[in-house]
Structures are given as C-alpha cells and as structure tokens.
Ligand binder design. Structure first.
Ligand SMILES: NC(=O)c1ccc[n+]([C@@H]2O[C@H](COP(=O)([O-])OP(=O)(O)OC[C@H]3O[C@@H](n4cnc5c(N)ncnc54)[C@H](O)[C@@H]3O)[C@@H](O)[C@H]2O)c1
Length: 257
C-alpha cells in the first residue's frame, strides 16, 4: 500500500519505534498521522513536529474504552483510517514466577490491545473495502526472549493474531503486516540486563526499524524483518526444532552464567 495520502494511526508513538514511524509516515506524504501514546505529553510533542499532518491523542491501549475513543477521534477528525499500527508494547523480565498481575498487564498491552483495535477498526475497513493493520510483535514472537517468559508468550500471540487476521480478512481487502525485530536502540533495551546487552550488540536504530516497516507496508509483506538474519534463525528452528532448542539453551547458559 502506498503511504501517500493515507490516514495512519500509530500507538505507543510518543517515543522509540512508534515515534520514528510517525515521522517517516509524515515524510512519505501521509495525509494525517494520529500519534497516540499513554503518555499524552509525548504524543502531543511528536504530533506537533509533524505540523498539519499530526494529531496527538492520549490512549492507554490496554483499556478497550480508550482504544474505542482513539478510533472514534481519528474517524471524526480524519474521516477514515487506512493504516492502524498497533505498536505499543511493554516487557517484564522473569520466568513463570512473574506475578499474575504482571502477566495480565503484558497480556492486556501486548495482545488484547491488538484485539480491541481490530474490533473497533475492521467494520470501517470492510465498508471502504481496504485497510491495513501493522502489528509490532518481535523476533521473540518467532523465536523466544530468553529473559522474559511473558514477553515471549505475548509476542507469539501477537503473531498468531496477525496471521489469523490476514487469513480471515485478506480476501476482503484488509492487509496485515507483523513486524518482528531483534534489538532496536530504544528505552526498552535495558543495558543492566545481560540478555538485553547481547541484543544491543546487533541493535539497529528506531529510524532503521521504521524505514524497514514502511518499505514492508509499501510491498504489502506479511512478515517485516528489520533484521534479515531473523529469517535464517526461523528457518533453522523450522528445520530442526530440537537442534534450535539446544542452541538456545547454550546461549542462555552463556549469557546468564
Ligand atoms: N526495542 C526493541 O529492542 C524491540 C525489539 C522488538 C520489538 N519491539 C517492540 O516494538 C514496540 C515499540 O517498542 P519500543 O522499543 O519503541 O519501546 P519504547 O519503550 O521506546 O516505546 C514504547 C512506547 O509505548 C508507550 N506505551 C507503553 N505502554 C502503553 C500503553 N499501555 N498504551 C499506550 N502506549 C503505551 C510508551 O509510553 C512509549 O512511548 C513494542 O511493541 C516492542 O515490544 C521492540
């Protein structure tokens, strides 16, 4: 899908990858870019940079009523939504001992947010016979994130939902892309964590990630891989699951020793 003239909504866009996406959507000629974030100030500040194209809206994507309100504001101001980017995401370190309330928070922000958005946006997209969902999952959705069980599980779920949306709505003009980066230099990477330090070694900038995302949307690619090597790792996993698991066990031991 061409970006020129489109109405785009991006969640979690007050900083990091989402903010870089908004700037690049505006430079590529989007008609309107709705910059949304739980942190209203940051959303307004990125929107202000975009001039007339920018519209800042506060939205906590883990709360369905707020996602409905975001969609209603975008429709009221811009008339339609062409591209909805569910980008907001969080992480919590740890394994199965992660508290139930943290698991729930991860589930709400990383997964339910995408379902709330799809519910609110699909009717309009079906009516206009076109639309695009871009879901920022992670390479952890194809592979795993050694340091966080809840991140790995919720990002797999995001990928599963993306596939399902594509299968069910592809024939009705709705496109879906699932973005699966490895490390990206944003506040999410915590240098105090040995696994994040390892990810940092191969990290790309938020601007490079956003450029890969826009290119993927223009090409209408389902799987957007800002780090092309992720496809090799995914192939290795598919070819021999047990060998891949042994390799990941070795890596975990090396990084956490
Ligand atoms: N940085 C990485 O290494 C990396 C790698 C793979 C995938 N990702 C994914 O990319 C996406 C963007 O991450 P980032 O690296 O830019 O992170 P970031 O922490 O720099 O930015 C995330 C933004 O989301 C906002 N946010 C958090 N919770 C929210 C909520 N409930 N509602 C609305 N906004 C909320 C934050 O205020 C922040 O502005 C996430 O889904 C993340 O999982 C990041």
């Amino acid at each position: 899908m061409e970006i020129q003239g489109r109405v785009v909504v991006v969640t979690g866009a007050g900083r990091g990858i989402g903010a870089a996406m908004c700037r690049q959507f505006a430079s590529a000629g989007a008609e309107r870019v709705v910059v949304s974030d739980r942190d209203a100030e940051s959303a307004w500040s990125v929107a202000a940079e975009l001039g007339a194209a920018g519209l800042g809206v506060a939205c906590d994507v883990g709360v369905e009523a707020e996602v409905q309100q975001l969609v209603a504001s975008a429709l009221e101001t811009c008339g339609r939504i062409d591209i909805f980017c569910s980008n907001a995401g969080i992480t919590v370190k740890g394994g199965v001992e992660t508290t139930n309330s943290d698991w729930q928070r991860m589930w709400d922000v990383n997964v339910m947010s995408r379902i709330y958005a799809a519910r609110a946006v699909i009717p309009g997209m079906l009516q206009q016979k076109s639309g695009y969902f871009v879901q920022t999952a992670s390479a952890a959705g194809l592979l795993t994130e050694i340091g966080s069980a809840s991140y790995s599980v919720t990002k797999h779920a995001d990928l599963a939902l993306s596939e399902w949306l594509s299968v069910c709505y592809g024939r009705q003009g709705i496109r879906v892309s699932c973005v699966c980066p490895l490390g990206v230099e944003t506040d999410m990477l915590d240098d105090g964590d040995p696994i994040h330090r390892y990810l940092h070694l191969h990290a790309i900038t938020a601007e490079s990630a956003a450029a890969a995302i826009l290119k993927g949307i223009e090409a209408e690619e389902f799987l957007i891989l800002p780090h092309p090597e992720v496809l090799d790792f995914y192939r290795l996993k598919g070819e021999n699951y047990d060998r891949w698991l042994r390799g990941m066990q070795r890596l975990r031991q090396k990084l956490t020793w």
